[in-house]
Design a binder for this molecule. Structure first.
Ligand SMILES: NC(=O)c1ccc[n+]([C@@H]2O[C@H](COP(=O)([O-])OP(=O)(O)OC[C@H]3O[C@@H](n4cnc5c(N)ncnc54)[C@H](O)[C@@H]3O)[C@@H](O)[C@H]2O)c1
Length: 409
């Protein structure tokens, strides 16, 4: 038995993009029927899946186990109970930059999703082998490979979710902003193709600096006349994954129980974990808040330094991005209780883009959750004010870049 602490939002705690978010249900106790899943699903070990599912890495069983592992603890037991191993694969997902350090493990995790019927792998090089390799996994999705600009359009046709990890990663001593000169053009080019070929798709931007590449993508889509702010996301899930892990370690909590909202942006001090809203409720000393906040903000650099020139986070990033893809697919599939943090167009603050918890629905962002910004501690309030100038500058840099070189209509 596992006591869960589902996050509860009051009816007035959302900024609606359309329909109003229904409040999440209160904490309940829910039982794990299959303990052997723990060995496979790791962080999100406890899941309402029947004991006929073992942890073998084959077919629908592993897909369901993986899917269950991504189901956020912040979601209600009824929502988690909706994890269905018989689910029909029906969505097309494209990964742009699929041969890279993130792209490869991310594609593997998406290949395991029971919701995916077709997985399109695109890169400028080396993607044929990745696709051939992945295509041997006996999970439902068909894997297709596309190499180079001439095949980009076909990679995107009919796609429901586009994930973009294309670009260069950091080396020791670099900030995410140092990647701007290369990655800005890559993202601009790829999003132009998305606008031309699958304008209704959910777009997940992983390429850094996310604080600038998301505004670039928005400008490109606007210039193309197809911008839907509900469907453009900067992927900040890794910040949440890290916050959950570090808090659980520090406070000796079960990993599966911990949920920390992370707001702001995705670089240095713009990453702001709201530790006071940690579920389950836990108290931190001032020193612990300082130490955890700084560690979560610098966690990417921790990996960059440990890899010593061989890149930045790839495996944990793939895990986090796959979780965000799975949440998006569940929302597209009609699940009405899906919440994640992401960097999106927002009216939560005076900044035009901001990361916060959002409610996902069939049409993308259904609501931006306000409650995580209410009742902040003095430390969090100060950190929020301190991050705004840097985040504003990064957003403006992205907008200026895209406006300087407008796309062909
Ligand atoms: N959002 C996050 O939390 C987060 C975390 C870690 C890394 N990142 C970012 O993700 C990006 C990728 O990191 P990585 O470690 O996978 O890098 P990588 O160099 O291992 O892989 C990048 C891939 O992109 C491909 N690519 C380059 N230009 C392309 C283009 N125009 N079209 C299609 N593909 C192209 C490359 O061929 C390569 O296969 C980096 O920008 C990195 O900073 C983001």
């Amino acid at each position: 038995m596992a006591a869960t602490s589902a996050t509860t939002f009051s009816a007035g705690s959302t900024l609606s993009y359309g329909s109003k978010a229904s409040p999440l249900s209160q904490s309940k106790v829910f039982s794990a029927r299959c303990n052997n899943l723990k060995s496979f699903s790791g962080l999100k070990a406890v899941a309402p899946i029947g004991c006929d599912l073992d942890s073998s890495f084959s077919g629908k069983n592993s897909s369901a186990a993986l899917r269950a592992s991504f189901v956020s603890k912040s979601q209600s037991p009824s929502q988690r109970a909706s994890v269905n191993p018989q689910i029909q694969a029906s969505f097309k997902v494209a990964v742009l930059g699929a041969a890279g350090g993130i792209g490869q493990p991310l594609s593997l995790l998406i290949k395991m999703s029971p919701l995916v019927s077709s997985l399109h792998l695109y890169d400028i090089a080396n993607v044929k082998g990745v696709a051939a390799d992945l295509s041997h996994c006996n999970t439902p999705s068909q894997v297709l490979d596309f190499t180079g600009q001439s095949e980009l359009g076909n990679a995107l046709k009919g796609v429901d979710v586009v994930v973009i990890p294309a670009g260069v990663p950091r080396k020791p001593g670099m900030t995410r902003d140092d990647l701007f000169n290369i990655n800005a053009s890559i993202v601009k080019n790829l999003v132009e193709a998305v606008a031309d070929n699958c304008p209704n798709a959910f777009i997940h931007i992983i390429s850094n600096p996310v604080n600038s590449t998301v505004p670039i993508a928005a400008e490109v889509l606007q210039q193309k006349g197809v911008y839907d702010p509900k469907k453009l996301f900067g992927v900040t899930t890794l910040d949440v994954v890290r916050a959950n892990t570090f808090v659980a370690q520090k406070k000796n909590l079960r990993l599966i129980d911990v949920d920390v909202p992370v707001i702001g942006g995705h670089a240095g001090i713009t990453i702001l974990p709201i530790l006071s809203k940690t579920k389950p409720s836990v108290s931190f000393s001032d020193e612990e808040v300082q130490e955890l906040t700084v560690r979560i903000q610098n966690a990417g650099t921790e990996v960059v330094e440990a890899k010593a020139g061989a890149g930045s986070a790839t495996l944990s990033m793939a895990y986090a991005a796959a979780r965000f893809v799975e949440s998006s697919l569940r929302a597209l599939d009609g699940d009405s209780d899906v919440y994640e943090c992401a960097f999106v167009q927002s009216e939560l603050t005076e900044l035009p883009y901001f990361a916060s918890r959002i409610k996902l629905g069939k049409n993308g962002v259904e609501a931006v959750i306000q409650s995580d910004l209410q009742g902040l501690t003095e430390y969090e309030q100060k950190a929020l004010e301190a991050l705004k100038p840097e985040l504003k500058a990064s957003i403006e840099k992205g907008i200026a870049f895209a406006q300087k070189q407008p796309v062909a209509a």
